[in-house]
Design a protein around this ligand. Structure first.
Ligand code: HEC
Ligand code: HEC
Ligand code: HEC
Ligand code: HEC
Ligand code: HEC
Ligand code: HEC
Length: 471
């Protein structure tokens, strides 16, 4: 009895082993690509109109199809499955046997270009999972790119102009959005732009490990990362200070564009790029404003409390501001930025703008400056009392500007400690306190408002001007 039981166990485990061996052997003899090649052969024989073609099809022997690309340093075996890419008989076949769409392979013959220059993916692999490399466990940094982003690979070798002229205009559209959505308010490209985010010159060739993938939905690859990051930066990078204002259909174009920003050059005989590849910055004021300021200052007409920065972004094109702030003051803010806030320096030496560009920008910002000047405030007429100024400040101003004048971090008021405000003409500050900034949270403290006397104002302003020294 017992013996028989063990005999059964032995028999069963033997059978299981046998089945596994069979499966392994089958995989070896009949890998995925062989299956597709068999289907291909079958279909060609069926579709062949003449005997010669039929005969040739019958002679097809299954073999890995491989293209060796010496100067590009790659071997592409995609055609082992994508057998019909160059065969018009396969125009209506199903993938992977289908003929390639468009003129792409006419313009780029496979024996010279292969497939991965445009599609990426792992050229040497002969099973679909490894070749497309879309899943994380394949450890390949550039999986086959979703077709909606594929134009990002064309700029390795072509100019925007040629591509747009031929109807491949996603890249140019993406570049235009990039310039108009104020991305360069925080990102440098070709050395020019803001400093809150990283420079983006080669972001398209960063490996997967470079990006925080933890919260990405679906396959964890760079394509999904960019798309989801443009949809909601904080869903992927919870502490991100990135601000974007894009429609869902614009995220694909922006992703196409940033994916095209790649390091490393194609060998010369593959490149057809004539001039510089980036869209250059304009020099007139309005376009500069769009490119560099709009992401944070929006239309410039509204002062608002920004939830992401946790501080107020002032309305720099509002009459209430322009009435008191002269060119010199604005220029100083733009050139030096405001230390301790997201407003970075825009000096040329900081990767910002030239003097001429800053002047053009300021001419645009101040174009609606009211002609009526504010009533003068003769600061020189007062002998100021700092102690009194401090008391008034603590009662009247600290609740918005913070006890130390730091602003931001939840306070409504601006930072008053920075060198630009500290160095500003006291008269400008006094008029701002006296008249406030209508339609913003900065109230008028003069007779028409809170009821400060000119002396109160002079005292409080002289105190404000000592605040950078406060610890
Ligand atoms: C083992 C077979 C196999 C290999 C090797 C292979 N593919 Fe595929 N490919 C397929 C199949 C099957 C499909 C059909 C869609 C699917 O099942 O994902 C496909 C679909 C595609 C598509 C269309 C995707 C879409 O969104 O419609 C592209 C592009 C593609 N492959 C590119 C490549 C490239 C580039 C390579 C070489 C790096 C390659 N494939 C290697 C089997 C393969
Ligand atoms: C010059 C760039 C380029 C090269 C080289 C290239 N492709 Fe494509 N391929 C494209 C583009 C662009 C599309 C998207 C076509 C569209 O949507 O109109 C595409 C689409 C595809 C598709 C989806 C089905 C289809 O035909 O639309 C497959 C599969 C594919 N390519 C496989 C390959 C394979 C295999 C090779 C190598 C023999 C290859 N491609 C070489 C640019 C290229
Ligand atoms: C690896 C470099 C490379 C990539 C990537 C590449 N091309 Fe090309 N392309 C070439 C070269 C080289 C030629 C041949 C030009 C010639 O013969 O003078 C060419 C020719 C063309 C032509 C026809 C020639 C012309 O000037 O009218 C078109 C259109 C074209 N490519 C579009 C594309 C598109 C769209 C993509 C992206 C899907 C792409 N190319 C990707 C290198 C590339
Ligand atoms: C208010 C400033 C700001 C603006 C405006 C802004 N970004 Fe960002 N961006 C950031 C910051 C900060 C990060 C780093 C945190 C993160 O990944 O979200 C970042 C990250 C990125 C990254 C990842 C870069 C890397 O190397 O990790 C890309 C790509 C990007 N931004 C593109 C854009 C595009 C495109 C726009 C315009 C539609 C834009 N950004 C507008 C601040 C900004
Ligand atoms: C990343 C966001 C951001 C960008 C981009 C940005 N700013 Fe600012 N800006 C701010 C913030 C925040 C403040 C308020 C700083 C404070 O609290 O002191 C500010 C303040 C200012 C002020 C001072 C206004 C006042 O009431 O004194 C001026 C002027 C100004 N910005 C002009 C510009 C110009 C011109 C550009 C484009 C070249 C620009 N900013 C780009 C965030 C930004
Ligand atoms: C209710 C909140 C609030 C109070 C109270 C307040 N401020 Fe302001 N203050 C603001 C805001 C908001 C701004 C920015 C307005 C804008 O968008 O231009 C501002 C702007 C300023 C500016 C201009 C700074 C610059 O960079 O151009 C000065 C100076 C200033 N306040 C000083 C004071 C002083 C001094 C007091 C007290 C007597 C005071 N504020 C009280 C909210 C306040």
């Amino acid at each position: 009895m017992r013996n028989r039981f063990f005999l059964w166990i032995l028999f069963l485990s033997g059978a299981v082993l046998f089945v596994f061996t069979l499966i392994a052997a089958y995989r070896e003899i009949a890998p995925e690509w062989k299956r597709y090649q068999a289907q291909y052969k079958e279909q060609i024989i069926k579709l062949a109109k003449d005997d010669a073609t039929k005969k040739k099809a019958k002679e097809l022997v299954p073999a890995v199809q491989q293209i060796y690309l010496g100067t590009l340093n790659r071997i592409d075996r995609c055609m082992s499955c994508h057998m019909g890419v160059e065969n018009p008989m396969m125009a209506n076949a199903k993938l992977p046997l289908k003929q390639h769409s468009g003129d792409y392979l006419k313009n780029h013959p496979p024996d010279k270009f292969g497939c991965t220059v445009c599609h990426y993916g792992q050229g040497r692999a002969t099973n679909k999972k490894e070749a497309h490399a879309a899943t994380r466990d394949t450890h390949w940094d550039f999986p086959t790119i979703p077709l909606k982003y594929i134009q990002s690979s064309c700029t390795q070798c072509h100019d925007y102009e040629m591509l747009s002229a031929k109807g491949y205009d996603n890249i140019a559209k993406g570049a235009k959005l990039f310039m108009e959505k104020g991305c360069r308010g925080c990102h440098k490209l070709n050395g020019i732009g803001g400093a809150l985010g990283k420079k983006l010159d080669v972001v398209g060739s960063q490996p997967i490990a470079y990006f925080p993938m933890r919260f990405v939905e679906g396959d964890r690859n760079t394509y999904n990362w960019h798309k989801q990051h443009f949809t909601d930066p904080r869903a992927l990078v919870p502490e991100s200070e990135m601000k974007i204002n894009v429609k869902p259909e614009e995220t694909d174009l922006l992703a196409t564009y940033v994916l095209s920003l790649r390091a490393g050059e194609m060998p010369k005989d593959y490149r057809r790029i004539k001039g510089t590849q980036t869209v250059e910055k304009p020099d007139e004021g309005e376009a500069l404003y769009r490119m560099f300021c709009i992401a944070c200052h929006t239309t410039g007409k509204d002062s608002y409390f920004d939830e992401i920065f946790n501080r107020t972004i002032p309305a720099i094109m509002k009459p209430a501001f322009l009435k008191t702030a002269d060119e010199k003051y604005i220029k100083k803010v733009v050139e030096d930025g405001r230390a301790g806030t997201q407003m970075t320096s825009w000096k040329a030496t900081a990767g910002g703008l030239t003097g001429v560009e800053i002047n053009n920008l300021i001419a645009y910002i101040t174009k609606d400056r009211p002609s009526a000047k504010p009533e003068r405030f003769d600061f020189a007429g007062f002998k100021t009392d700092l102690k009194r100024g401090e008391e008034l400040y603590n009662i009247r101003c600290a609740l918005c500007h913070g006890k130390k004048g730091q602003g931001g971090e939840g306070f409504l008021g601006l930072n008053l400690r920075n060198p630009v405000v500290q160095g500003a003409d006291p008269e400008f500050l006094a008029i701002t306190v006296r008249d406030g900034r209508s339609e913003t949270s900065m109230p008028p403290f003069g007779k028409k408002g809170v009821g400060f006397t000119d002396r109160d104002i002079a005292d409080v302003v002289s105190y404000v001007k000592t605040m950078s020294k406060k610890k």
